[in-house]
Design a protein around this ligand. Structure first.
Ligand code: GLV
Ligand code: MN
Ligand code: MN
Ligand code: MN
Length: 398
């Protein structure tokens, strides 16, 4: 299947006909369909398929005579709610296309080449981004992962057990990591930072997710006097504004993109509001100070309104500076390319703790991501495939 045919097969999967946004949450039918697509593409190419104990998928090209650790590439197939077509799948489709090009050009790699599809990269279902790569590398404990719950209250352990994974066996996989020498992830660029078709990543900025729980008293909207209310919506509203103000003070980025209200009725004062804060910034201390100030504002407002507030850190990823030797080698294989940091998280950032890791970015003319308008022009996608082909050919010593 050609590059564009692979795209055509994937494009309808999990796409909302109204908005054009994708809903491919880990272990739900659209994501399982993407996994089946991955396995078909691998088998079509005679690549050896493997699903690791954490539910990550791999396709290995390991012709006779290869030696040493594999060069791993890939990305993820899951999406945020209402996400774009390219965030994740571009890296995987490009990887299959790069293997095709290497073969067409008669390249015989000296090292194995692997293509990975990491599970639950967005954390859209169980709350922790890069869950598959975190488990693989030991960046999250199996106990904590087993207990993560989705919006319907279903535990990660129970969901993966339905897909023939043993929840008792999830966790670090030294055997698999030991078979890999480096990881190179191709990804659509997610802002307005890249003016050329292809760039190379320098770093991922610190980022994390915090859950604020506000607990008040549910009551009737028409009979409860203002002075009798303990309305959690009010400190929540203050917290949203405080997040924006603190970001302005510290040069960080804050987002409150998810909120749950109990009981969520027009004519009921809520009893509980839960809100998730996404915080990112150029340095750990700026992000930490931002979150501390948001917490303080939320506490003050909660006290004023007779509401209890609780804060839990769901995940935190410190700055990742990608391996400079690998980055320079990747840039050299491309004959030079712009080098840029990113505010988006990736499995490459998690794997960087264990392996030399690099990323290629493909230009996004809309500058929009995590939304249907995310885009990469066909010519730039091809430039990405050529770039990945050059990098894999170089690193695998073909
Ligand atoms: C994932 O794409 C993230 O950066 O949140
Ligand atoms: Mn994403
Ligand atoms: Mn992504
Ligand atoms: Mn991501």
């Amino acid at each position: 299947m050609s590059f564009e045919e692979m795209w055509a097969a994937l494009l309808p999967v999990g796409r909302d006909a109204g908005t054009g946004g994708y809903h491919r949450f880990a272990w739900t039918p659209p994501e399982l369909e993407c996994r089946a697509w991955f396995l078909d593409e691998a088998r079509r190419r005679d690549l050896a398929v493997e699903r690791d104990r954490n539910g990550n998928l791999f396709a290995w090209w390991d012709p006779d005579g290869t030696r040493g650790g594999a060069v791993l590439t890939g990305s993820h197939l899951d999406s945020v709610p209402g996400g774009g077509a390219f965030d994740g799948p571009l890296g995987i489709v490009s990887a299959f296309a790069a293997v095709d090009l290497l073969r067409e050009r008669g390249v015989r790699p000296a090292r194995p080449i692997g293509i990975a599809a990491f599970a639950e990269e967005e954390g859209a279902r169980f709350g922790v981004a890069c869950l598959g790569s975190r488990l693989l590398t030991g960046a999250i404990s199996p106990e904590r992962a087993r207990g993560l719950r989705d919006r319907d209250g279903r535990a990660f352990a129970d969901v993966i057990a339905e897909h023939d994974l043993d929840p008792a066996l999830i966790g670090p996989d030294e055997d698999l990591l030991g078979r890999v020498s480096c990881y190179v992830e191709l990804h659509v660029e997610q802002g307005r930072a890249l003016a050329e078709p292809v760039g190379v990543a320098s770093a991922i900025v610190p980022h994390g997710r915090w859950r604020f729980g506000f607990a008040g008293e549910g009551n009737h909207a028409g009979t409860t006097l203002l002075e009798d209310r303990r309305d959690p919506m009010l400190p929540f509203a203050r917290m949203v504004l405080a997040a924006r103000e603190a970001a302005g003070r510290h040069g960080t980025l804050t987002t409150v993109g998810r909120v749950e209200v109990v009981p969520n009725g027009v004519n009921a004062i809520p009893s509980e509001v839960t809100a998730w804060l996404d915080g990112r910034g150029p340095a750990d201390d700026a992000v930490r100070r931002t979150v501390a100030e948001v917490h303080e504002a939320a506490r003050d407002a909660a006290r004023e309104h007779g509401v209890a507030v609780e804060l839990a850190e769901e995940s935190y990823s410190p700055v990742v500076d990608f391996d400079t030797a690998l980055r320079d080698r990747v840039a050299a294989a491309l004959g030079g390319a712009p080098v840029l940091p990113t505010g988006a998280g990736h499995d490459a950032g998690i794997l960087a703790a264990r392996l030399p890791t690099a990323m290629l970015f493909v230009r996004n003319p809309t500058g929009v991501s995590h939304a249907p308008e995310e885009h990469a022009e066909p010519a730039d996608r091809l430039a990405g495939v050529e770039a990945l082909t050059a990098v894999l050919g170089d690193l695998a010593g073909g």
